[in-house]
Design a protein around this ligand. Structure first.
Ligand SMILES: [Zn+2]
Length: 392
């Protein structure tokens, strides 16, 4: 029996289905999250397979699970990081229970099947298989099941701050890519823009300063603005979306306050400080034309874009693994969404691969599903990737 056969025999369809079913039936909708039962379940399973497991409590009923398969210390570690929370099922009725894990024609339906409990089940079963096969590995394999990715990357932030990335030389994030090789994703910079006016009676608007009209002017110039950026070969342009707007108190009162939430999707190289400075410039220009124009910017969420050089060993190994396991060449691609890598990758410079069984288009949608065959393929891919990177 070859090394890879001895691992493959432990990657079992029924085991993967059982684990994914259990994960979907835990409601870990964030907010509030409630990831602790998920972390305990994964921790229990990984401990049984022989890994060193630690549950890291972050808040009430919020926890990361960390597990380590020790290697020989001759190479840096390889980390798999998957989040255990999901978004809400939404207001649209599903034809399948979002927490039921119903399977129809090889597709499992449920909130989080694609984003990203399918990926989590695949990475856990793959590393358990490596542990059970008992193959010596040059470096550690680390599993991180993180809480809170869908809101504020709480779990990944704690992981970084507590030194969890020390000794990690490569990072794999099983977010949904439909088994494509993603080496770069855009960032998300969420800004709150606030315009301030002066209240007056609605019958005498000339005595007030209308904050809503000033917001209108600011959004107009913002949406026409071309941000400075370096084109990235895999990513689309930066984008701006005005997500919400609130202003004014009554029909017959001049609005003295208006605020808008703006979602800017950045490409690698766009520094937050520079983006904010460019918007401040727009405000300064408006102030010249409109003397009582008052606006300010607050940063609400700052998740940088990431990019990994396709020439690094991780990506080269992933391409060989794709050829071996999927029977096809994988060319590096970019993704629009952000991941825990926005927290873990920029400060550490660790080469990062996003690769998972779900379809990105399924994330956050009603009737979310994952193809069980793809989850199994992902598990085989992860195990083979570890052998490529750390096997002898
Ligand atoms: Zn996700």
């Amino acid at each position: 029996m070859t090394t890879s056969d001895s691992v493959t025999q432990h990657i079992d369809r029924s085991r993967i289905v059982e684990m994914l079913t259990t994960l979907i039936r835990f409601n870990s909708v964030n907010p509030p999250g409630n990831e602790t039962p998920v972390a305990e379940y994964l921790g229990g399973s990984l401990r049984q397979a022989g890994l060193q497991v630690e549950l890291v409590s972050l808040a009430e009923n919020r926890a990361n699970v960390m597990a380590r398969l020790p290697g020989q210390g001759k190479a840096p570690g390889l980390m798999f990081c998957g989040h255990t929370d999901t978004v809400h099922p939404g207001e649209v009725a599903w034809s399948h229970n979002p927490f039921g894990a119903e399977t129809v024609n090889g597709r499992m339906f449920g909130r989080g099947t694609a984003d990203m409990k399918g990926g989590v089940a695949a990475m856990v079963v793959a590393v358990e298989a490596l542990a059970r096969a008992g193959i010596p590995l040059a470096g550690d394999v680390i599993i991180a099941g993180t809480a809170g990715e869908e809101v504020d990357c709480l779990g990944a932030s704690h992981l970084l701050q507590s030194g969890g990335m020390e000794g990690v030389g490569a990072l794999v994030i099983p977010e949904p890519t439909d088994l494509a090789l993603v080496t770069a994703h855009r960032g998300a910079l969420w800004l709150k823009l606030i315009t301030q006016g002066k209240a007056a009676h609605g019958s005498m608007p000339e005595l007030g300063v209308n904050a809503i009209l000033h917001m209108y002017k600011l959004l107009q110039v913002l949406l026409q603005h071309q941000f400075g950026y370096q084109p990235h070969p895999l990513l689309r342009l930066p984008t701006v979306n005005v997500g919400t707007i609130q202003g004014g108190t009554k029909t017959n009162v001049v609005a003295d306050m208006c605020q808008a939430m703006v979602d800017i999707r950045t490409v690698p190289g766009m520094a937050t400080a520079e983006v904010v400075r460019e918007i401040q410039e727009l405000i300064n220009h408006l102030k010249v034309d409109i003397p009582d124009f008052k606006a300010r910017i607050e940063i609400v969420n700052d998740k940088p874009a990431i990019t990994t050089d396709p020439q690094v060993p991780l990506i080269q190994a992933a391409q060989r693994t794709g050829q071996m396991i999927l029977g096809r060449g994988l060319t590096p691609q970019g993704a629009s969404y952000f991941t825990d890598a926005s927290v873990l990758t920029p400060p550490t410079g660790v080469p990062t691969l996003i690769f998972g069984p779900g379809e990105a288009g399924m994330a956050h949608q009603p009737e979310e599903f994952v193809d069980i065959d793809k989850v199994i393929q992902a598990a085989h891919f992860y195990a083979a990737l570890v052998l490529e990177m750390l096997g002898s």
